[in-house]
Design a protein. Structure first.
Length: 365
């Protein structure tokens, strides 16, 4: 990946130009505002929800599936603060706010639509329905999670520390799907955002260096690495030289690389050597030392009914006999994986993993 040098003067000029037009967001070090608007992260009008210029809209190279919800993601780092790039990891400063707004497109009749995620830098409220905005806030004691749920009018989002749920119906060309959309409470947020158990700290999953090394096309129609964009804003303390990850959506990449990229983003926060599912010894981050640790011919550990009478996590050449595919295809709470963050089956993800398993050679004796 190309690296670029930006002077402190250039970063200061960018900050100064932005500062002339609007006020920066507010970092709340101690209180938890009941209204999302108290953070000052967005401009909200009757027409749109738009991040302020102080935010950087971002999109990770691989996106977590969340019941086909569209997502608008932002990062804000206070003026004068910088993130540090340690190897290929980002250490964010106190005051950083990472936001993710979940929403669904509406058709002309007002029905919510089921679509794969698209890239957006603002949300057109005439054609979309806001659901929730989740914040990760870096305070002196570490990251804290705050779920804000939008009212039906789309005029404000309110803090729901206990989480909540909403009955929704999505439509596409094949029909409709009714489900309960789940907004997690703070403890449930840590179930995914704490990747080292039992004593690890909460941290972002998508706003990490490897995922942000992917390019993003900004309003000036210039496509550049998102890390380089952070460097241009003065948000990084040095040059970037991070390996670009495979995107599971890229058909030009190797099938196995795409499959592992999908599993790493959607399953790896638990299924890693130090994660909540470490006792299963099923490693889905690409860090496996042997194929059996990736699930090939691996018998289940305490899967119960979640195994679906199948004998191995992955049976080479036979996705229908593989526990991994069975659990991805299930929408039953005691069977499905991931067990948090979805109620619907991600058909594109199941298809990708099935194709990959079908391509594997060998067998299980």
């Amino acid at each position: 990946m190309n690296t670029q040098r930006f002077s402190a003067l250039g970063a200061l000029l960018i900050t100064s130009l932005v500062s002339c037009s609007e006020s920066p967001p507010t970092f709340h070090a101690d209180i938890n505002p009941s209204r999302l608007s108290d953070w000052g992260l967005f401009h909200l009008s009757d027409e749109s929800l738009t991040p302020t210029q102080f935010n950087m809209v971002y999109r990770p190279a691989n996106q977590l599936f969340s019941d086909y919800a569209q997502k608008l993601r932002t990062i804000w780092i206070p003026e004068g603060a910088q993130a540090r790039l340690i190897g290929e990891e980002l250490s964010y400063p106190v005051g950083t706010v990472v936001s993710k707004t979940f929403y669904y497109p509406r058709d002309d009749a007002g029905n919510l639509q089921r679509l794969e995620e698209v890239v957006a830098e603002s949300i057109d409220l005439s054609t979309n329905q806001l659901i929730e905005t989740r914040l990760l806030v870096k305070r002196s004691a570490g990251w804290e999670a705050f779920p804000y749920v939008w009212n039906d009018e789309g005029s404000e989002a309110f803090l729901r520390v206990a989480g909540t749920n909403k009955a929704l119906k999505l439509r596409d060309e094949h029909g409709s799907s009714e489900f309960v959309y789940f907004v997690p409470n703070e403890n449930q947020c840590s179930g995914c955002h704490v990747t080292e158990h039992p004593d690890g700290e909460m941290h972002p999953l998508g706003a990490v260096a490897t995922q942000l090394s992917a390019s993003f096309t900004y309003p000036d129609n210039v496509s550049s690495s998102q890390l380089d964009k952070m460097l241009a804003r003065g948000w990084l303390d040095g040059e970037t030289n991070v390996t670009l990850p495979t995107s599971w959506r890229d058909p030009n990449e190797a099938l196995e690389d795409r499959a592992l990229a999908y599993l790493s983003m959607n399953c790896g926060h638990c299924h890693n050597p130090n994660g909540a599912a470490d006792t299963s010894n099923l490693i889905l981050t690409g860090q496996h030392e042997q194929q059996v640790n990736m699930g090939v011919c691996k018998p289940p550990v305490a899967a119960g009914g979640g195994a679906g009478d199948r004998l191995y996590s992955i049976v080479p050449g036979k996705p229908a006999e593989s526990i991994l595919v069975y659990r991805m295809q299930s929408a039953k709470p005691d069977e499905m994986m991931p067990e948090l963050g979805r109620a619907l089956v991600h058909e594109q993800g199941v298809e990708l993993i099935s194709q990959w398993i079908a391509s594997l050679s060998g067998g299980c004796s």
